[in-house]
Design a protein around this ligand. Structure first.
Ligand code: F3S
Length: 434
């Protein structure tokens, strides 16, 4: 039985209009299915409202526009209802159209025109078009303890673990309803006891660089599948970029939505607190043997050493990562047989544009792209057969979604592959041998 407040009952009765009524109806059904006893207010929602695929575009045109899409696919309503401006602070996550560099991605100009209509609709309805899987990098930054409704798994694990905000990995429907009425079922990672550590990670070597953190995340996801791993205290405090990559990897090979690092992450001042003053349910041993195992899993599709595409920025890159690529290029040019694509939030590309980094990268033969990524947007250069990436998540998805061989290595290995057109993972092998 889902207990509703008086205000929630009035919303369900339609006092605030049909869209709010549909949203409440959806959330109550969802809460009931989950076994949640109540809803919790949220002012921070990241979901998707766009009509980027042919089916959604046809639906939009046949049934009367974006209100019809939102009614059906965000509110699960067969009846088209007028959609009001959203009540929660809301944003669009990653989508599939880069409205600036669409030619590089081989997209049709009509998609760009249609995207403009969607973005105008979103703007009128109060939804920020951040168009990234890393909204926390561009201003959508919850506070510790804040209840959120976010969709993207790599972002949810980041805000749960690093910031101490509270979200489950939601869907298009629940985030759509949460945008309208500012509520989400109180279950999973909203509940304090579900946030406590379950498994203790015992390593022989502390990961040193992003590449190694990606291997650890991927190994934990594959081994645990779910749960809340607790990592030991660190000698070196990791950067946002490292934790972004680690969490994305853990949420890709498994369903991990939260972790603790003792002395680093928000709810782990001590091991005892991270575990909730109880013994761990299990332990995970991690040594160079397990790191090598994760490396082999991630490179299982790699055969050809001639690389057609190098993709960096999964999750979307920070400006620090873009600068690293520029420094690693050292003025060299990308091989004519290879594309170097770097994905970042559109807001950060605007900064890269204004400070000359975009021009510098373009003259080296690289491209700064936003709003999408190869795995989600399902875009690779025409005829590409082999990709290289410094992202465990992208290496996991690209072979499945695009049917191409994919190599996983360090950012340096990827930049070298872009310059030479050949995969030689010298940095990765050196890191594995450490
Ligand atoms: Fe983001 Fe695409 Fe990676 S959505 S996390 S860049 S697979």
């Amino acid at each position: 039985m889902v207990q509703l407040t008086d205000e929630e009952k009035r919303l369900l009765d339609g006092e605030q209009g049909p869209a709010a009524q549909k949203a409440m109806d959806l959330l109550v059904r969802y809460a009931r299915a989950l076994g949640a006893e109540r809803l919790v207010p949220t002012r921070n929602v990241c979901g998707t409202v766009v009509a980027n695929n042919p089916f959604l575009r046809e639906f939009r045109d046949a049934y009367g526009g974006m209100d019809a899409v939102f009614s059906q696919f965000n509110l699960d309503s067969d009846q088209v209802v007028p959609i009001p401006s959203v009540s929660a602070n809301s944003c669009q996550l990653i989508q599939s159209v880069d409205t600036v560099e669409w030619r590089e991605l081989g997209l049709d100009s009509t998609l760009v025109q249609e995207q403009a209509i969607t973005e105008e609709w979103a703007g009128k309805h109060g939804i920020s078009m951040l168009a990234t899987c890393t909204p926390y990098q561009v201003g959508m930054l919850p506070t510790r303890g804040e209840h959120c409704a976010w969709m993207e798994s790599s972002a949810v694990i980041y805000i749960n673990s690093v910031i101490g905000a509270r979200s489950n990995v939601e869907g298009r429907e629940s985030t759509g309803a949460a945008m309208i009425v500012g509520r989400v079922p109180y279950w999973g990672y909203h509940v304090p006891e579900h946030r406590l550590g379950t498994h203790l990670v015992e390593w022989t070597h502390e990961p040193q660089e992003s590449f190694q953190w990606g291997l650890l995340g991927y190994y934990l996801g594959e081994t645990l599948l779910e749960g809340v791993p607790v990592l030991p205290p660190l000698a070196t405090v990791p950067t946002l970029e490292v934790l972004k990559h680690f969490g994305a990897a853990a949420a890709t090979s498994g369903g991990i939505e939260m972790y603790h690092i003792v002395g680093v992450t928000s709810e782990a001042p001590t091991l005892d607190v991270a575990l909730g003053h109880r013994p761990p349910a299990g332990r995970v041993a991690y040594s160079p043997v397990e790191a090598r195992q994760a490396y082999e899993w991630l490179n299982v599709t790699g055969r050809d050493l001639h690389v057609d595409l190098v993709t960096i920025g999964c999750p979307h890159a920070s400006l620090a990562q873009v600068r690293d690529v520029l420094r690693t290029l050292r003025g060299r040019k990308v091989s004519p047989s290879t594309s170097l694509w770097i994905f970042l939030p559109r807001a950060l590309r605007a900064i890269a544009d204004s400070q000359g980094w975009t021009r510098e990268l373009h003259s080296a033969g690289a491209k700064l792209l936003s709003d999408t990524c190869p795995a989600i947007g399902r875009v690779v250069p025409r005829g590409a057969r082999v990709a290289a990436t410094d992202s465990a998540k992208q290496a996991h998805y690209l072979p499945a979604t695009m049917g191409i061989q994919t190599w996983y290595g360090t950012t340096e290995d990827c930049v070298e592959a872009a310059v030479t057109g050949i995969w030689r993972p010298e940095h990765a092998e050196a890191a594995l041998a450490e």
